[in-house]
Design a protein around this ligand. Sequence first.
Ligand code: ADP
Length: 275
Amino acid sequence: MSDPAVRGKSQMKSAMILEGVAFAYDAEPVLKGLDLEIPEAALIAVVGPNGSGKSTLLKTIIGINRMSAGRILVSDASSKTGYTDLSSLNQRQTAQMIAYLPQQRNVPDITASRLVLHGRFPYLSYPRRYTKEDLALAEKALKAAGAEDLAPVNLERMSGGQRQKIYIAMALAQDTGLMLLDEPTTYLDIYQQIEIMKLLKSLTLPENGAKTVCVVMHDIVQALKFADCIAVLDEGRVSACASPEEIYESGVLDKVFGVKIRRIDAPPKHQYYVE
Ligand code: ADP
């Protein structure tokens, strides 16, 4: 594995390891031999300029894009080595390990409780019939997303923030250790953005299943505020992956985004802003 310019000091176990991942839609490669280790039970923000390949990366992990080189290992307690190569799994098996929420979603004419049940699809055999366990897990997921009151409500009647909680509940019902979300706070007002980020962060806690939550974010200040670890994508590679403090101190965000980020020391945490 090549060394990214900035690497975190953390010795946490990895939920996922990407080695030399390459992908191209056409002649020009988008992912150019990308290396990344995603720590377990943490909130990871993937940031990078528009077009740097953030969405492409998530789609490549989940198998929507077929990578041309490299491998992706996912933590798997049932495997002797502790990891499973994603290329050995079919779509259904992958969906039992990784939940993925894409950025663009239409608003379906469906109640929250029905939509959340869709998270159980990877576990159903034909003909699709939900078991008691499926129903219980969907209910638990709605509760974990703080959206149990919305169970009977149609998604068309919800605010953007409420709808996003339902999609997160659907991903939770998928009962995976890893969740990938593509810009989950886009189009939300600032209050709802913060609510969703707090919810995602809470999912990494042991009492909420210690999930690994990997989020593509366009707001670097929010990434610095909420993430345990930030992966910076630049020109098809991860140019840095480390804690917000290490990322800030490295100056990599200033360089990649062409802005000046400042920090105010406000113990016990730092406050960041863009000048
Ligand atoms: P980001 O999420 O960082 O904004 P994307 O992953 O969406 O970046 O895009 C990375 C590059 O791949 C861009 O140059 C974009 O135009 C291109 N791209 C994205 N999706 C497709 C597609 N379906 N077909 C061809 N090119 C694409």
